[in-house]
Design a protein around this ligand. Structure first.
Ligand code: NAD
Length: 384
């Protein structure tokens, strides 16, 4: 069995996602396990080159993680024919330009979401990739969460009967930074001019979650809000938070399923996880968090009584059963990287391409429009 190298140009690996999920939990973990096995038994070993603006910073990262190659010159890196893949997890706003350059240079593309900050740019990217015949992929990590994989299994097993509705709650309190606790998310998330806003950030995710698990998204109604209008940035400076930090969105899905998802950086948790989805069906319901998933079937459904004169005696949270961890759930970012590497090197099937990424941007853009115009909007098919 042969082992071959796959050169990957990695941009944005000093950031939260680039470093933790993509470099450490995915590429380095794949290297540590001896690479990715292809269907014919050959192995592919990722050979990253780290790209960044600050030579010292990426040099230190490379040293810490035993990576041989770094550069501050992306254009030069794109000229090296040994590096077949370009990966981007840097800023949303620069992504479309960088990915365009990489496609023009003949690279296969893998990148974070959103693929662009506007739908026209996202569609142009997908078209260009198709025209140039490069393989391409977009991170759709939520589908690989153990909790949502359990929901997919329940659906495939027919557990829900006819699916009726989905309720998602995403979010947690992001500290303002002005009273002794620093914010735990980068300040660009709260500035429109820097590609921030929870609608652009999260509706991209909800598009592929809804499309793949519950039914194709057909229409959206979204109300955004800027609950916290001023925050303190990484350097201790107060700035105006001028974009949405919460979104209350309802979706109509193919098959008649109704979905409602609240996304907020201004909420405090009284639920099992940072994101939870409750799915109600005629034959059963399930609630999934990041890892856990509990179910209640039609025959186990209790019959609570509405009586404001006495305190509630039923412990509703205890009336659900855990879906067991019968299989090992690996890090979702890593699973998706492995699939993409197989797709690039062995042409295995792959679904999560730039067209799927563009659909996410489409839903975000329609969500923003729905909010601005205070109305429901249909989600048309994209022509690419
Ligand atoms: N899949 C997910 O769940 C998920 C979660 C969070 C963020 N993201 C996406 O990942 C991307 C990065 O988000 P993050 O939270 O890691 O942000 P971050 O601020 O931590 O990292 C941003 C990265 O971009 C680089 N960068 C910033 N400005 C630059 C410039 N002018 N030129 C070159 N490089 C520049 C930074 O050095 C850093 O490496 C965003 O597109 C975001 O939407 C995805």
């Amino acid at each position: 069995m042969a082992t071959r190298k796959l050169g990957i140009i990695m941009n944005g690996v000093t950031g939260r996602m680039g470093l933790n999920q993509h470099l450490v939990r995915s590429i380095l973990a794949i290297r540590d396990q001896g690479g990715v096995t292809l269907p014919n038994g050959d192995r592919v070993m990722p050979d990253p080159i780290l790209v960044g603006r600050n030579a010292e910073k990426i040099g230190a990262l490379a040293q810490q993680y035993g990576i041989a190659r770094t550069t501050t010159d992306l254009a030069a890196a794109l000229q090296n024919p040994d590096d077949a893949v370009f990966f981007d997890a840097a800023t949303t706003q620069m992504r479309a330009d960088l990915v365009t350059q990489a496609i023009e240079a003949g690279k296969h593309i893998y990148c974070e979401k959103p693929v662009a900050d506007r739908l026209d740019k996202a569609v142009a990217l997908a078209k260009l990739a198709k025209q140039k015949g490069v393989k391409n992929g977009v991170v759709q990590d939520k589908l690989f969460l153990p909790g949502l994989r359990k929901i997919a299994m329940l659906r495939d097993a027919g557990f829900f009967g006819r699916m009726l509705s989905v309720r998602g709650e995403f979010g947690y309190w992001v500290f303002e930074g002005d009273w002794g606790q620093p914010a735990q998310r980068p300040s660009w998330n709260y500035k429109k001019a820097e590609g921030g806003g929870i609608i652009l950030d999260m509706l991209c995710h909800w598009r592929y979650v809804l499309d793949n698990l519950f039914g194709a998204v057909q229409a959206v109604s979204c109300l955004g809000a800027t609950h916290i209008p001023a925050r303190v940035d990484e350097s201790g400076k107060t700035y105006t938070a001028d974009t949405d930090d919460a979104a209350y969105a309802t979706f109509q899905l193919a098959g008649g399923v109704i979905a409602h998802i609240n996304s907020s950086w201004a909420t405090r948790l009284r639920r099992d996880d940072l994101v939870t989805f409750q799915v109600d069906g005629t034959h059963g319901s399930a609630v999934a968090g990041l890892t856990r998933c509990v179910t209640q079937s039609r025959v186990n459904t209790p019959r609570p009584v509405w009586n404001p004169d006495v305190p509630q005696t039923m412990k509703f949270n205890e009336q659900w059963e855990d879906v067991p961890d019968n299989i090992t759930y690996e890090n979702g970012f890593k699973i998706q990287w492995e699939d993409f590497i197989r797709h690039v090197c062995a042409h295995t099937p792959w679904k999560y391409d730039l067209v799927e990424g563009a659909k996410g941007v489409q839903l975000a853009e329609l969500g923003l429009k729905s909010w601005a115009e205070r109305r429901w909007l249909d989600v048309p098919a994209l022509s690419i």
